[in-house]
Design a protein around this ligand. Structure first.
Ligand code: FMN
Length: 387
């Protein structure tokens, strides 16, 4: 059976016939070349974080506080990176975190579809954002056999929220991820400096513009009066009055697995578990929402402990295979990446995303082979030591 790490042999063999890789092999080069492929306003939105970006940077550097301890004379010829998540068996723990502007990060303006096709090719599930350049039904149609998740930004119009969730169910998504940390955008100096908020220019709003409930709130269709449609969107987008009491409503809305994203405090984990969620998503939104916080990885062990049997999905700061392995060792069931696949998309479209995902998986897989932890079940806190 093939291992993810075999991607390296493909690359070396291609080299023997004179075919050299065109995509970057390090995150530093991916970020640099991916950044150059994006218009400056888009780069500001993708790369920027909250405040002076201390928390955003910490999300990445905190992984270096931990070291993996290699074990020898373990048969690592066959690795098993498969995981169970919400009743599904996934070939690997890697997920693509929801990113609201991927549509426009692709050269043809249809990045959501390109990412869905990359998901189909790699088996890495896509969590499709509410903020998309193509309607969720079109995104779902490109996912092939790979299960997809729909991420909900809960509008203050309940009927609209229900419509979006029911459309996602009907389109074949296999889980609903409700993001809790973004009912208002955080203070993002890079975007503020350019007065840059892509959605206010009508970008990435196709899920709203294709929604019968949203359209029923407008005097004229979005195509005829974009400004009015965007205005209605801005007034509807966030719901600051949501509280834990509303978890019953979220739960009643769907029979699909329900995952709450943005959970960092163990007490919130317990409330979510008591409310019947299927997974907890430990994330600080990649440091884009609130500066001055701990890194997402800092809270992971406490979140895992509080979640008990309920699986924990993790993201924020994952840039390499060793980051994936460390998050798994600290108890994550699945690990999401955000910016890495966005830069892959900007640089190489669908193929670029596939390359980034295959590289991350290959590096994680080879680390597990070399370090003597061939199955995810072998990884635990004992595989790590704090430096
Ligand atoms: C440009 C951009 C847009 C994002 N849009 C969304 C979104 O629409 N919904 C959401 O839940 N999270 C969104 N996120 C947060 C990601 O899902 C994820 O939590 C974060 O990117 C992980 O951190 P990383 O970029 O360091 O990997 C976005 C992140 C970025 C970089």
């Amino acid at each position: 059976m093939a291992n993810f790490g075999d991607y390296q042999f493909e690359i070396y063999l291609n080299g023997l016939s004179g075919v050299m890789p065109t995509m970057p092999m390090t995150y530093a080069e991916l970020e640099e070349r991916g950044s150059r492929a994006l218009d400056p306003w888009l780069l500001s939105y993708v790369a920027g974080g909250a405040g002076d970006e201390h928390t955003q940077d910490l999300n990445v550097s905190v992984f270096d506080d931990w070291g993996l301890i290699p074990r020898m004379l373990v048969d690592g010829s066959q690795r098993d990176l498969s995981v169970e998540l919400c009743g599904m068996t996934l070939p690997s723990p890697l997920l693509m975190a929801p990113v609201g502007v991927i549509g426009v990060c692709a050269q043809d303006g249809h990045g959501d579809l390109a990412v869905a096709r990359a998901s189909a090719r790699t088996g890495v599930p896509m969590i499709a954002s509410t903020l998309a350049a193509d309607p969720l039904e079109d995104v779902a149609s490109q996912l092939g056999e790979t299960p997809g998740f729909f991420q909900l930004y809960t509008p203050n119009d309940r009927e609209l929220a229900e419509s979006l969730v029911h459309r996602a169910e009907k389109a074949g998504f296999k889980g609903i991820v409700v993001t809790l940390d973004t009912w208002v955008p955080g203070w993002r100096p890079r975007d503020l400096t350019r007065s840059n908020f892509p959605q206010l220019r009508g970008l990435a709003l196709e899920n709203y513009f294709s929604d019968p409930v949203f359209v029923s709130r407008l005097a004229r269709p979005p195509r005829e009066d974009l400004q009015a449609a965007v205005g209605t969107w801005a007034l509807t987008f966030g719901n600051p009055s949501l509280t834990w009491k509303d978890l019953t409503w979220f739960r009643s809305m769907t029979s699909l697995p329900l995952i709450l994203k943005g959970i960092m405090h163990p007490e919130d984990v317990r409330r979510a578990v008591d409310g019947g969620v299927d997974a907890i998503y430990c994330s600080n939104h990649g440091g884009r929402q609130a500066n001055g916080g701990l890194a997402s990885l800092d809270m992971l062990p406490d979140v895992v402990e509080a979640a008990g049997e309920i699986p924990v999905v993790f993201d924020s700061g994952v840039r390499s295979g060793d980051h994936i392995v460390k998050a798994l060792a600290l108890g994550a069931r699945a690990v999401g990446v955000g910016r890495p696949y966005v830069y892959g998309l900007a640089l190489g479209g669908e193929d670029g995303v596939v390359h980034v995902l295959r590289s991350l998986l290959a590096e994680a897989d080879l680390l597990m082979a070399v370090d003597g932890y061939p199955r995810i079940a072998d990884l635990g806190p004992a595989a790590l030591r704090r430096r």
